[in-house]
Every structure is written in C-alpha cells, then in structure tokens.
Design a protein around this ligand. Structure first.
Ligand code: GRF
Length: 237
C-alpha cells in the first residue's frame, strides 16, 4: 500500500464516529457483557429501539461463550459483537492484578468508547484493578435481593421480615432450598467483592407453591428486564 493510500485508509478507519475516536454525538455508550441466553441484552435492545432509552446506544457486546444465544441476538440487530475466549484461572487465585483477558477487555471497551459496562448474565469474576479502571461504571444484574448499601448478610423485605442475602451462583435454587416465600432481583454497582456493591434498583418477587428453579428464574428475568432498563435510564445523558 502506498503511503498516500495508507493515510487515506487510516483516515477511513479512524474517521468521526469510528471506534477509538470521539464521536460528534454524546449518547451514553453501553458495553454489554454476556455469557448465555442474553434475554436482558434483548430487553436493552428493545428499550433502545422502542424509544424507552433515548440518548443510549449499545457500542459493543462481548461474550466469553462462543455458543451464547445472546451473540445471535446482537447480530440480528446489527450490533458489534465480539467473542472473547476467557481463560479460567485456577480455583482460589487471588485477582490482585488485571489478567491478560481483562487487559484485552479493557482495551476493547476503551476502543469502542464505552461509558457504562452492563454485566447481563456475565459469568466471570472481574479483578479489583480492572474494576478500578471502570470505577462506578460497571453494573450487574443479580437474581436475588441484596442489601441496599451492598454489604451485609441479610435483606429486610417490605413486610419487615428478614431473609438471607443470597450471593454467588445458583441463588434461585438457594432461595427455593431455603424455603423463602419471597425473593427478587437487584441491579447493583460491581465492586471487587462478589455481589456486594450498592444497589441501584431492585424488586421483590413472591415464590409460588410448586415453583421450580426454572419457573422462578423465568419470573425473575421478567422483572430484571424492567429493572435493567430503569437502572440504565439513571445514567442517561
Ligand atoms: C439473569 O437471571 C441474571 O440475573 C443473572 O444471569 C441471568 C442472565 O440471563 N446474572 P440472560 O442471559 O440475560 O437471559
């Protein structure tokens, strides 16, 4: 390639509105991280396309799972989507520094000028150094009720009853196994402690007799689809 056409090529890929360069518009740009079905991603897409999230756009979708159905959802809506193979760290590894995968992710998020990172069913833990780089700009959806201020072992229901704050994987099953009458979903800021950041919004969901993990999780997801849109609205420009 001649020097002149190389310059023109560079101009084309770095032109206004391209990734890596400030765009003329000032929409809130989301980076949505997924690992699975992507129904929450779909709720965000529908809200944007339906006009319920003016001033917001999805800049990038990242999946650590090549088979995630959420990738198909993103492609159907012509969104930039990247599969980022994520290396599992040995159990018990302390994430004291950014992993090579996180460095790749941080680079992608900054190249696509992401303002707010939404963990929408993202099944990988992020390290403190990564989260420091995106301080107060990473939010997560959790299918259980977390204490409003983040930390703490219990949640007080609107009825005044106290239930355990369920954290980690399989919390829908944990709610059933614990015989709870009410559980719920929360959208919260992500901090270096798992499922412990301050809550942005949440809603209680009654557990019905005969509920299975699947039926309860489906009802929780219906609630999450509204909550995640409400949470993003609070960051809108
Ligand atoms: C949601 O229930 C969310 O709370 C949890 O993972 C699930 C993701 O579902 N963190 P989907 O992939 O958005 O359908």
């Amino acid at each position: 390639m001649s020097k002149r056409s190389a310059e023109r090529f560079e101009w084309r890929i770095l032109g206004a509105g391209a990734p890596g360069r400030a765009a003329p518009e000032s929409k809130l740009r989301l980076g949505v991280l997924i690992s699975g079905s992507g129904s929450n991603l779909q709720a965000i897409i529908d809200a944007i396309e339906g006009g319920a999230l003016p001033g917001v756009e999805i800049a990038l979708v990242v999946s650590n799972n090549a088979g995630a159905f959420g990738i198909q959802r993103a492609l159907k809506h012509r969104l930039p989507v990247i599969y980022l193979p994520w290396r599992k760290l040995p159990a018990g590894s302390a994430l004291q520094e950014m992993t090579p995968n996180e460095a790749q992710l941080a680079g992608l998020l900054s190249f696509f000028r992401v303002d707010l990172v939404v963990l929408a069913g993202w099944m990988r833990i992020l390290s403190a150094p990564f989260l420091e780089q995106f301080a107060n700009r990473v939010i997560n959806i959790h299918p259980a009720l977390l204490p409003r201020e983040g930390r703490g072992e219990t949640y007080t229901l609107s009825s005044g009853e106290t239930i355990p704050a369920l954290r980690g994987l399989h919390v829908v099953k944990m709610a059933l196994d614990a015989g709870l009458k009410v559980t719920g979903s929360s959208v919260h800021y992500v901090i270096a402690e798992v499922d412990a950041g301050p809550v942005i919004c949440q809603q209680e969901v009654p557990i019905e007799p005969g509920d299975t993990e699947e039926s309860l999780h489906e009802r929780l997801k219906e609630v999450e689809h509204r909550l995640i849109v409400e949470a993003i609205r609070q960051f809108r420009r």
